[in-house]
Design a protein around this ligand. Structure first.
Ligand code: CU
Length: 215
C-alpha cells in the first residue's frame, strides 16, 4: 500500500465512476476499503488464523508457522515443526486467556475435516494463553462431538484414545503444549469418525473439540 492513500489531506474525490481515468484510483480505494474491513474483521474475530510457510521447496527443514488470535491479542507459534509423515492435519487451539471469564472462547479448529485412512500427522498449534493438548478419540456412529460426559474433575473419559499430542515442541505424550508452541503426533488411523479434544480440566466443556473424518 502506498502511503499517500492514508496520508491526511489527500482526500481528493475519485473521478466519476464512468470515466476511464477513474478506474485505477477507484480500484485502489476499494482495495484499501477491503483491507480495512479485513483488519476490522480480524480484530473482532474469535477465530485464530494461521499462516504456514514451508521451510524451502524440496528441503526437509520442516515447517515453521505463525498465527494470531483475535488480531491485537496476539498469539504466535514459534515452534519449528519437522517434516511429518502421512497426511498432516493442522489443529489450532485458541482461548481468551483471563478475559471474558477465562473459559469462554476456547476452541480447537482443524485445517481439514477429512483425511484418507492411513498415516496421519496431527500438529497442535497453541495460539492461546493457556496450556492445551490434543487427544484423538473415536466417535460412535450415533455420537456427535461435544457430547461426552464431563466428570467432576472437568475431564472426559479417554478410553479408546488412539493417541495424543501433549508435548511442547515435541512428539507424543508430555505435560501439555505451552502457549506459543506446537506439539505433534503421527498415528495410523483407520476409516471412521474421530473427535479431537483438549482434555485438560474444563477445556472440553468450554468447547475444545473438533471432528475429523477418516475415509
Ligand atoms: Cu485446552
Amino acid at each position: 500500500m502506498t502511503t499517500d492513500v492514508l496520508a491526511p489531506g489527500t482526500g481528493a474525490s475519485p473521478p466519476p465512476f464512468s470515466t476511464e481515468g477513474g478506474r485505477r484510483p477507484r480500484t485502489r480505494r476499494w482495495l484499501v476499503a477491503a483491507l480495512v474491513t479485513a483488519v476490522v474483521l480480524l480484530v473482532g474475530s474469535v477465530v485464530g488464523t494461521i499462516t504456514w510457510t514451508r521451510g524451502g521447496a524440496g528441503t526437509s527443514t520442516g515447517t515453521s508457522w505463525s498465527g494470531s488470535y483475535g488480531g491485537m491479542m496476539g498469539g504466535r507459534v514459534s515452534t519449528r515443526v519437522p517434516a511429518l509423515p502421512g497426511t498432516t492435519v493442522r489443529v489450532s487451539a485458541v482461548d481468551m486467556g483471563a478475559m471474558m471469564g477465562g473459559r469462554s472462547g476456547m476452541r480447537l479448529t482443524v485445517s481439514r475435516g477429512s483425511v484418507p485412512a492411513g498415516t496421519v500427522s496431527l500438529v497442535l498449534a497453541n495460539l492461546g494463553f493457556r496450556t492445551h493438548e490434543l487427544v484423538v478419540l473415536p466417535l460412535a456412529s450415533d455420537q456427535q462431538v461435544g457430547e461426552r460426559a464431563v466428570g467432576s474433575d472437568g475431564t472426559v473419559d479417554e478410553t479408546g484414545s488412539l493417541g495424543e499430542a501433549s508435548q511442547t515442541a515435541g512428539s507424543g505424550t508430555g505435560e501439555g503444549i505451552q502457549p506459543g508452541t506446537a506439539g505433534w503426533t503421527t498415528l495410523d488411523l483407520p476409516a471412521g469418525r474421530y473427535e479431537l479434544i483438549c482434555n485438560l480440566p474444563g477445556h472440553y466443556a468450554a468447547g475444545m473439540f473438533a471432528e475429523l473424518t477418516v475415509s
